[in-house]
Design a protein around this ligand. Sequence first.
Ligand code: C2E
Ligand code: MG
Ligand code: MG
Length: 575
Amino acid sequence: MVGTLSSILVIDDEPDNFDVIQALLSDQNFILHYSNSGEEALARLDVFQPDVILLDVMMPIIDGIEVCRRIKAMPLWESVPIIMVTALTSKIDLARCFDAGADDFISKPVNRLELLARVRSMLRIYQQHKQLATFNTNLEETVQQRTNQLQTMIFQDSLTHLPSRAFLLKNLDKILQTGESSFAVVYLDCDQFKLVNGAFGHVVGNQLLIAIAERLQQHLRHGDILARTGEDEFCFLLHQIENTIAIEPFIKEILQSFEKSFMVANCEIFITASMGIALGNSNHQYPEETLQDADTAMYKAKLRGKGCYQVFDRQMSSAMLSRLTLENDLQRALKHQEFITYYQPIVNLQTEKLTGFEALVRWQHPIRGMISPAEFIPCMEETGLIVEVGIVVLKQACQQLRAWHQLGWTDLNMSVNLSVRQFSSPTLLADIDQVIIESEVNSAHLKLEITESAIMDNADAAIALTKQLRSRQIQISIDDFGTGYSSLGYLHKFPIDNLKIDRSFVNQIQSGNRDYQVVNTIIALSNQLELAVIAEGIETSQQLEWLKQLGCQFGQGYLFSKPLMASEIERIYLK
Ligand code: C2E
Ligand code: MG
Ligand code: MG
């Protein structure tokens, strides 16, 4: 209306009345329209486009009150102000006018000043109303825009532009609502993606993720969804998958697609991915459950190695649950000092004299009683808890050895197991130093047992560490020898002192059989390399005889003693 002329519609069955109004407003910049009946006016409102309506009350066929009511019922025109023009001034008639939605009234005969004042004030109100309406429309548009932006942010991954985890969950939810179960969720996690970030930096890492997303997208069928669900995690939602067999070709395709390298920022990068698959399950109520199953299966696949896949089955989640419970339990056990050390005697096989002990951890569970390390060490290795617990055992063992030395048993040695995980702990040496200083143990009587795999997985670091340990006079033993790489060839490279022959060979030993030959070879080579040999798991006197024949110097096993509490050791051996 600003800048354009206001349009006034006069509805009156008497053309003379219009002439009067026209004359009264002739010096004003209004566009005047005239309609001589309510019917015509109602039909042509869009032609007149009125900003204000002057409406006669008394008209044939439809009177002004009815016309007013009808206009006010039209969404497009309801807000146009209507001024009733009436000769009747009785309160009842005015009340009927306002009841019909009229905004104002003016009495006949019309007075110029009054007319101008009413029209102007109505126009002002209408203008404000229109401004407010425009403002509201703009506001609505902005809100809608922002909502769209927000939706994009929530439902789209900003790096790859793939749908997000939230989008996937929403769609999965829709499927679950319909009770449909012929679908599959495939969780895909890149193997060792951290190494890429570490070696090439995050920028290249991000580019690789984009390249992976593009490659994965090529395998999407119409209607399926590929989402990025985490750092290096992607997830497919596939429709019309009835069973494991139906999904296999797809999985093979995806695995194959990782055989080709990715060219990113002039670097050729090879990477593999592990996949976990959850098939549609009508028992699931929430989409997160399906995703969790696929994640669990993926975790299982990872444990089997790189580039593997695994279909979820029920047992997995209970295994997962007990695994989680175990993790929590172990954390608590460490806090409550439930780990105690047992000691298994190691004897000189020729003289059968005690030479020392192997410290073996036990978990004194408040409800389950004594738990063997085989049950919890693997879990502690994975979570890294072994680093702390390993030092606790070392401390107990060193304090114990120091106490026995002080009792006069000054020749005794103590062997303590060191896990692979401890090997990569940056504080290991400092921790060991601290234990030695605090316990005041003579470190020349301390032996640390490590497995072949710990050494081979990390050869350079292992050599450096073993050298450091030996400079503190600590001896190094290779534990469970023969079960890992079983290669004597590399042994001379490592500064080690003892070799422990694994129980499985000792178990099976028979004169002249294969295990006998293996043990024989190990002992012969150890002699050449000047390593002391300790046989593990000697249970029978027959086994002892064979080992003695082969020249094995030391041994431990149930034949001599099971691992025992310190007090038992003192009662039986240190009187
Ligand atoms: P390991 O270091 O090879 O320890 C020898 C295992 O053989 C011990 O099992 C011991 O009880 C068992 N054993 C000894 N003599 C016999 C025998 O005559 N017959 C049979 N059947 N078994 C015998 P344990 O105490 O259950 O420990 C199992 C493994 O757990 C250990 O194997 C070691 O690898 C690990 N472990 C135990 N304590 C610790 C620890 O404090 N730290 C670390 N990192 N690992 C530990
Ligand atoms: Mg051991
Ligand atoms: Mg062993």
